[in-house]
Design a protein around this ligand. Structure first.
Ligand code: HEC
Ligand code: HEC
Ligand code: HEC
Ligand code: HEC
Ligand code: HEC
Ligand code: HEC
Ligand code: HEC
Ligand code: HEC
Ligand code: HEC
Ligand code: HEC
Length: 302
């Protein structure tokens, strides 16, 4: 009995000791793993020391949210270490500035994730950006405030995305598009740039769910459903913009005829003619093309 108790006590004490040793060495291990030269280095915990030699960088940094929070309202010792929370324990560097510890972009992403994980960052690791070697600092500038939004490295989100996705920006300038240029809809309204489990890094699980988040009236359910609408809005629309009315992928008469080729009125010019430069055609009469709740709306004419 006594031996059993002793045994449990021992296991308990060992477990505690293990946890304590973990929390003590966790930070150091993290940095040594990034760069073995950090081995034995300690945190200086004094921004002013850094400022004596890095006044320029420190000045621009002082206007960022990190500087404000880490200095005035740090949540833990890592945040209180300020500069060193991103640059690692700097005692060797203070002794001799020639002891340098530069990081790759990928390493900086790990450094940021010490504090930024979970929430909408949950899928970062498997995200197309991370897998394409686009790190946090491709999009965020932490040493200098360049944007009013989220420390972005360009003044506006659109400018930022356009540096690598200029084709999408070009579409946003077409005749019909979401008000992206006006800043009323952002790329991040539909995309989680930090990664998501949906195709195309969409904010919702599917394209249609993403669209319904703003176009609720298209969600239905309707008495009379038009099946391509339920399946995928992108069958008919390009969400980035097009040169047809309502961001249609083609003028609407040819769009409809791509699926409804059979006879009757559909093939008559009188019905399918493109009545405006951008095409009204079929929806002149089939006005409830996204679905109808009218008892006799089976042909989407009301
Ligand atoms: C939130 C993370 C973070 C904090 C906090 C931070 N830095 Fe940086 N620092 C970076 C990153 C990332 C880079 C490299 C990319 C860049 O220049 O934006 C960098 C670059 C630098 C450079 C190198 C610039 C160059 O031209 O090579 C210096 C020097 C520097 N930081 C000093 C400091 C000092 C001093 C502080 C505190 C006053 C500080 N940093 C706080 C992340 C941080
Ligand atoms: C005695 C002067 C001095 C002090 C104090 C000092 N540095 Fe430096 N630091 C330098 C010099 C010199 C360089 C090299 C600059 C270059 O190569 O352009 C440098 C380079 C850097 C770099 C870029 C290279 C690297 O190692 O990543 C960072 C980041 C940096 N220092 C951060 C800090 C931080 C954080 C502190 C405070 C804990 C600090 N420094 C304190 C002189 C100093
Ligand atoms: C030591 C913890 C810590 C580290 C390391 C850190 N951050 Fe932060 N970051 C914070 C805190 C705290 C805030 C303040 C707002 C908050 O609580 O989310 C913040 C805010 C931000 C914001 C939001 C700014 C805004 O205007 O809303 C961005 C973007 C950001 N960090 C990016 C980064 C990037 C990129 C890195 C790596 C280069 C990084 N952070 C490293 C703790 C950290
Ligand atoms: C492809 C560009 C891009 C990359 C890569 C990126 N971000 Fe962001 N980040 C943004 C944009 C745009 C916003 C603002 C819109 C939003 O909140 O989604 C943002 C917002 C944030 C915010 C503040 C709001 C929030 O979502 O919590 C934090 C913190 C942040 N990013 C941290 C990071 C970190 C850490 C990494 C790397 C692991 C990273 N970002 C990688 C573009 C990027
Ligand atoms: C109204 C919602 C919406 C907006 C706003 C939006 N997108 Fe998209 N985007 C989508 C959808 C939906 C897809 C297709 C996703 C899938 O199924 O792969 C997509 C696909 C993409 C793709 C994948 C390849 C391609 O070109 O189709 C990229 C890159 C992209 N978007 C970037 C952007 C950028 C950059 C912006 C801002 C200029 C932006 N998106 C704005 C909804 C949107
Ligand atoms: C530094 C370059 C860079 C920046 C900045 C950038 N991206 Fe990307 N993005 C990429 C790369 C590389 C890929 C990988 C797939 C590819 O080549 O299109 C990608 C992929 C994507 C995809 C998924 C494409 C797909 O095929 O499913 C979307 C959506 C996207 N980016 C949106 C954005 C948005 C929104 C922004 C602005 C907040 C942004 N990106 C900023 C480089 C970048
Ligand atoms: C963040 C909100 C938001 C999301 C998400 C969204 N939209 Fe929109 N959509 C808008 C706004 C705002 C307008 C402009 C409305 C206006 O000007 O009256 C618009 C307009 C449209 C138009 C009409 C454009 C025209 O020229 O008449 C179409 C078509 C459209 N959206 C399709 C989609 C599709 C498809 C999706 C999903 C991929 C989607 N939207 C997701 C906000 C959104
Ligand atoms: C079968 C093709 C087709 C599909 C699929 C489709 N639409 Fe449309 N949509 C159209 C046509 C055609 C118009 C132009 C109507 C007009 O000119 O009056 C339009 C117009 C719109 C408009 C602007 C006018 C309005 O009715 O508010 C929005 C917003 C819109 N669609 C959203 C969506 C959404 C969201 C989805 C997916 C749930 C979707 N569409 C799926 C064909 C389609
Ligand atoms: C991607 C293929 C596709 C496109 C594009 C498409 N439809 Fe349909 N449509 C269907 C399918 C599938 C049905 C349901 C099958 C059926 O009942 O014959 C349907 C049903 C209909 C019906 C009711 C048919 C009936 O017999 O009750 C009308 C009317 C209609 N569509 C009009 C249009 C118009 C107008 C357009 C162009 C704005 C259009 N469709 C675009 C696939 C499509
Ligand atoms: C002048 C009004 C008008 C125009 C324009 C029009 N339709 Fe119709 N369409 C109708 C009416 C009314 C019906 C219902 C006929 C019935 O119930 O017998 C119908 C029925 C349909 C049907 C169901 C099958 C059938 O023949 O009953 C389809 C599919 C259809 N239209 C597609 C189209 C397409 C595609 C276009 C454009 C090329 C188009 N319509 C243009 C009025 C129109």
């Amino acid at each position: 009995m006594k031996i059993k108790l002793l045994f449990y006590n021992l296991v308990f004490i060992l477990a505690i000791a293990f946890l304590v040793s973990q929390s003590n060495s966790q930070n150091e291990n993290f940095w040594v793993k990034l760069n073995p030269a950090f081995s034995g280095a300690t945190f200086v915990m004094d921004k002013e020391t850094c400022v004596t030699c890095h006044d320029g960088d420190s000045e621009s940094y002082s206007h960022t949210i990190h500087s404000r929070v880490f200095e005035k309202n740090p949540g833990n010792t890592l945040e209180a270490s300020n500069c060193e929370s991103c640059h690692g324990p700097r005692s060797y560097h203070i002794e001799d500035p020639d002891n340098k510890f530069s990081f790759t972009e990928e390493q900086y992403s790990l450094i940021c994730q010490q504090c930024h994980q979970g929430g909408d960052m949950m899928s970062w690791k498997g995200s197309l950006h991370n897998n394409s070697e686009v790190g946090c600092i491709s999009c965020h500038s932490v040493m200098e405030k360049k944007s009013d939004k989220a420390l972005l490295s360009k003044e506006s989100e659109l400018d930022l995305c356009a540096t690598c996705h200029s084709d999408v920006k070009a579409k946003a300038m077409r005749m019909s598009s979401h008000p992206i240029m006006e800043g009323k809809v952002n790329c991040s309204s539909c995309h989680n740039v930090h990664g998501s489990s949906a195709p195309g890094m969409l904010v919702k699980a599917t394209t249609n769910e993403t669209c319904y988040s703003c176009h609720q009236e298209k969600r239905g359910p309707f008495i009379w459903e038009h099946s391509p609408v339920r399946e995928d809005c992108l069958t008919c629309h390009d969400p980035h913009g097009s040169n047809n009315k309502a961001m249609l992928v083609t003028q609407n008469a040819s769009l409809c005829i791509s699926c409804h080729q059979y006879g009757g009125h559909i093939n008559e010019y009188r019905y399918n003619r493109v009545s405006t430069p951008y095409g009204d055609g079929c929806v002149n009469c089939h006005t409830t093309i996204h679905g109808s709740n009218h008892p006799s709306g089976v042909k989407f004419t009301r």
